[in-house]
Design a protein around this ligand. Structure first.
Ligand SMILES: C[S@@+](CC[C@H](N)C(=O)[O-])C[C@H]1O[C@@H](n2cnc3c(N)ncnc32)[C@H](O)[C@@H]1O
Length: 191
């Protein structure tokens, strides 16, 4: 798939609302590795932008500091590859703000696609998603969770629920960084 097609795909990493271990709804904090690794995967697969979504101002400021360090500060000279990847990061307080920003960019709202290791009633597999992206009609926003994952309401409210990644056995609880890389490869490459 050419980068012209993948350019209509966005990734969002949601830090609220998400579940904790006891299935309570919580806000989670930034994991610096997520910013570095997910932005590299996004850059590799030609993703339009990677949204860090967190309602806490201090967390957004921290993300901004990391972004500034690697995109304009000392880090930009030290590691130009990282600068190129990190430049895809955008910072938002909530999912609604992300939707609005993409709608302004495209003139139409993105189709949201929820991901989870335990998806009830998945309604989109990888080849179908690839085909939809290729049609080029709509922008797509892939939603990834932190903590113990996206809340039921957000999964139900998404336009699509992607089939979970399944490996060799029952266990499939990937880090979000691994999940993003595998899903981008499956939906954007023909191999
Ligand atoms: C629940 S969070 C776990 C965060 C964790 N603290 C970490 O180390 O990344 C992982 C997210 O990655 C995605 N994910 C993980 N395993 C997956 C799978 N097998 N299929 C699809 N998505 C998956 C989902 O978006 C999920 O919300």
């Amino acid at each position: 798939m050419t980068s012209e097609n993948t350019n209509s795909v966005y990734v969002a990493l949601i830090h609220h609302p998400v579940y904790n271990k006891n299935r309570q709804v919580v806000r989670t904090c930034l994991t610096p590795l997520d910013l570095h690794d997910i932005s590299r995967a996004c850059r590799t697969y030609g993703i339009r932008a990677f949204y860090f979504v967190n309602p806490m101002r201090s967390q957004r400021e921290l993300a901004q500091m990391i972004f500034d360090h690697w995109s304009t500060g000392w880090g930009a000279r030290y590691n130009p590859n990282r600068k190129e990847a990190i430049s895809l990061i955008r910072i938002a307080a909530d999912l609604e703000g992300v939707r609005r920003a993409i709608e302004q960019e495209w003139g139409r709202a993105p189709k949201t696609v929820a991901t989870s290791a335990r998806m009830e009633g998945p309604d989109l597999d990888y080849p179908e998603m690839r085909a939809r992206i290729r049609q080029g009609r709509d922008p797509f926003l892939l939603l990834f969770g932190t903590g113990w994952g996206l809340v039921r309401e957000d999964i139900d409210a998404a336009d699509f629920r992607l089939h979970p990644i399944q490996g060799q056995g029952e266990f499939n609880h990937l880090s979000v960084r691994s999940a993003v890389s595998i899903i981008l490869d499956r939906i954007l490459c023909d191999r």
